[in-house]
Ligand binder design. Structure first.
Ligand SMILES: *Cc1c(COP(=O)(O)O)cnc(C)c1O
Length: 400
């Protein structure tokens, strides 16, 4: 916990007890991937050739026709929307985010609306949300009926968007069926749905047209990478709207697997995704990290997380003011987490004060703060190495 580069820069270091949260840097990049990035920095390769190589690997691990890497799952979602709106039309690509005259609506079940869907609007999409939030009433009614999705699809529809979580409804296979009956593609935001590793293939198997995963969460690649997997024509469109484009026509020979120049009337302009570029280092790091992620012993890793979670839950439960449990991995997180309930009559501080106080330690400690209003914080073992556990436990005890 000393002589880190953060300390050298006089930036407070953070101990991550909350999982793969972007605002504190996502996950720990795999050392092999970091090493590959350093080596990538020693020379050059054409970005489109690296994308072609990444596509091969993504095809291999997802079963999709093609794959692509952009600067995060969010960037992949923007490219997915851009691909569904513009297709293979270069002038449409050049006009985005202006969508005048283009089918630009993305239909989304209302309860799937999240802050991340801004990524679709960046490409010019208009979100059309359907359904209600009736499950909230507890009457047994559904949030979104399939007929509502069907009814919302029309001439102006570019895609249907879906957020994958263990608890999302309606079921994805049924949504895919409705969309495909209407000849409309389905985009899935599965940014944080790894592990289980089986999810890499699951969405493609279900017939989803494009699916986005974060490269910087459990895959442990560079934070500024995301994977888009799916239909070849849509991935080509995404590539055309992302790669650095301007070149003399005679010198424009991108790899065929990524861009088919035969099909193009000329050299495209820089597209909507140009600001979401990935460098050669990120591409190489992503490829290495994804290879290692699929090879990993997932059962052993989950067992390690569980053992760490149980140790934390057990030790904190000894504090009179705290009660703990260990959640099943399925609930919301991909790793088992430890919800810690603070008895505010017993503790000298409120839950919020405790959580804020931990953030002021040196190094800072970030625990999960999504349930403060219920007097609860959470500890997630994913990004918390065993050797940092004692420090976290000790600082929590010291504040009680
Ligand atoms: C993390 C996340 C994203 C964004 O992923 P990045 O790789 O950080 O761009 C999008 N959607 C959901 C549901 C996420 O959890």
């Amino acid at each position: 916990m000393t002589d880190s580069v953060y300390e050298e820069l006089d930036v407070p270091e953070v101990i991550n007890a909350t999982g793969t949260k972007t605002r504190i840097g996502g996950s720990l990049i795999r050392p092999e991937a970091a090493d590959a990035m350093r080596r990538a920095a020693e020379g050059f390769a054409r970005i489109s050739d690296l994308q072609a190589r990444a596509s091969e690997l993504i095809e291999d691990v997802t079963g999709a026709e093609a794959g692509y890497v952009a600067s995060g799952a969010s960037a992949c979602m923007t490219l997915a929307a851009a691909a569904c709106i513009a297709g293979d039309d270069l002038s449409a690509m050049a006009s985005l985010p202006d969508t005048e005259g283009l089918a630009d609506e993305i239909v989304v079940p209302r309860t799937h609306r999240t802050g991340y869907d801004h990524a679709y609007r960046v490409a010019g999409a208009e979100l059309v949300d359907v359904g209600a939030n009736d499950a909230y009433l507890g009457t047994g009614s559904e949030n979104t009926e399939l007929w509502e999705i069907d009814a919302a699809i029309g001439e102006d529809t570019a895609a249907v968007a879906y957020v994958q979580k263990a608890y999302t409804t309606p079921p994805l296979d049924a949504v895919v069926e409705v969309a495909h009956d209407n000849d409309v593609p389905v985009i899935v935001d599965a940014a944080a749905e790894l592990p289980p590793v089986e999810n890499l293939e699951r969405f493609v198997d279900l017939g989803v047209d494009l699916v986005a995963f974060s490269g910087g969460k459990a895959i442990r690649g560079p934070q500024t990478t995301g994977i888009l997997a799916g239909r070849e024509d849509l991935i080509r469109s995404a590539a055309l709207q992302h790669l650095d484009m301007h070149a003399a026509e005679d010198a424009y020979v991108p790899p065929e697997g990524v861009i088919d120049t035969e099909e193009l009337p000329g050299v495209p302009r820089q597209g909507i995704g140009r600001g979401m570029k990935v460098g050669k280092e990120e591409l190489v790091g992503m490829i290495r990290a994804l290879e290692l992620f699929v090879e990993e012993d997932h059962e052993a890793r989950t067992a390690e997380w569980r053992a760490r979670a149980e140790r934390i839950a057990g030790e904190l439960a000894e504090e009179p003011a705290l009660s703990t449990s260990v959640t099943a991995a399925e609930k919301t997180d991909v790793a088992p987490t430890v919800p810690v309930t603070v008895d505010e009559n017993e503790a000298p501080v409120t839950t919020a004060e405790l959580v804020r106080g931990l953030r002021e330690e040196t190094p800072r400690i970030f625990v999960g703060a999504d349930e403060l209003d219920e007097g609860r914080f959470t500890i997630n073992p994913m990004c918390l190495p065993d050797e940092q556990v004692e420090y976290v436990l000790e600082r929590i005890r010291a504040r009680l």
